[in-house]
Design a protein around this ligand. Structure first.
Ligand code: CTP
Ligand code: CA
Length: 225
C-alpha cells in the first residue's frame, strides 16, 4: 500500500462512518446488543480526519474517546442509527458502515420491567428485522462511495462478495472473527477487501494503521471509478 501524498488530501470531502454496537431495548432495564468495541470505526474516523476529511462519526454505545476534529453523534438503536445515517448521508462523499448493527429488534418494547412469573419456566421475545442501514444508503439516488464490513466466522470471501453485490456496495472489508487476536474487541485486525473487479489483503496489524491503509484504498478506488 502506498503512502498518502498531497494529491490525496481529503480536504473538502465529507466522510460518514458508523461504529460500535446498537442496543435494542427489551424493557426499561434490558437490551439486546453485541461485543463490538467500536475501535475499528473510531480508527477509520481518526485516519480520515488526519488526511483532511470532514468526518461525522455515528456511534453506538461505546467506551471510546472521540477522535479529534470529528463530529460525533451518539445513537442507541439500529432505527436511531438508520435515521441519523440517512440525514448525514445527504452531504456525504463516503459512507463506511463499520457498526455491528443488531439484525433484529424487539417487536413490542415493554413499557414496564418484565416480571419473572412463578408458573412459566420458559419465556420468549418476539423479534422483527431492523432496517439495513448500509443497503439503504447504497440505494440512494445520489449514493456516496459506500463501504461495508463483513464479520464472518466461515466462508469469508463467499459471504463478503454476496453482501457486496446484494447491498450494492462499492467495497466491502471482511474479517474473520473466528481467528484469535483480530476483530471484535481486539486492538488488531486483518481485512480482506473486495470491490467489483478486484481485491486486496490487508494483513494483521493495529487497527489505527489498518484504518489508514483502508482510507488510502478507498480514496484510490474513488479516483478510479
Ligand atoms: N449493516 C447495516 N444495517 C444492518 C445490518 C448490517 O448497515 N441492519 C451493515 C454492517 O454495518 C456491515 C454490513 O452491513 O457494514 C454487513 O453486516 P453483517 O452483519 O456482516 O451482514 P448482514 O447483512 O446483517 O448478514 P449476517 O449478519 O446474516 O451475516
Ligand atoms: Ca448482521
Amino acid at each position: 500500500i502506498k503512502h498518502f501524498n498531497a494529491n490525496q488530501s481529503l480536504a473538502g470531502q465529507h466522510w460518514v462512518i458508523t461504529a460500535g454496537p446498537t442496543r435494542e431495548a427489551i424493557d426499561p432495564v434490558r437490551y439486546i446488543s453485541n461485543h463490538s468495541s467500536g475501535k475499528m470505526g473510531f480508527s477509520i474516523a481518526d485516519a480520515a480526519q488526519s488526511f483532511g476529511a470532514t468526518v461525522t462519526l455515528i456511534a453506538g454505545p461505546v467506551n471510546l474517546a472521540t477522535p479529534s476534529n470529528c463530529n460525533r453523534i451518539d445513537v442507541q438503536s439500529a432505527e436511531n442509527m438508520h435515521e441519523v445515517a440517512l440525514e448525514q448521508t445527504i452531504s456525504a462523499d463516503v459512507f463506511i458502515a463499520c457498526a455491528a448493527v443488531a439484525d433484529y429488534k424487539v417487536a413490542k418494547i415493554s413499557e414496564h420491567k418484565i416480571k419473572k412469573t412463578s408458573t412459566n419456566d420458559e419465556m420468549s421475545i418476539e423479534l422483527v428485522k431492523n432496517p439495513d442501514i448500509v443497503a439503504s444508503v447504497a440505494a440512494l439516488k445520489n449514493k456516496p462511495f459506500t463501504v461495508g464490513f463483513a464479520a464472518e466466522t466461515q466462508d469469508v470471501e463467499h459471504y463478503a462478495k454476496g453482501k457486496l453485490a446484494r447491498k450494492n456496495l462499492d467495497m466491502i472489508a471482511a474479517n474473520d472473527v473466528a481467528k484469535q487476536g483480530q476483530g471484535f474487541n481486539s486492538d488488531d485486525n486483518a481485512l480482506k477487501v473486495f470491490w467489483h473487479n478486484g481485491s486486496i489483503d490487508l494483513p494483521l496489524t493495529g487497527k489505527r494503521q489498518l484504518a489508514e491503509q483502508l482510507v488510502v484504498l478507498i480514496n484510490d478506488r474513488m479516483q478510479d471509478d
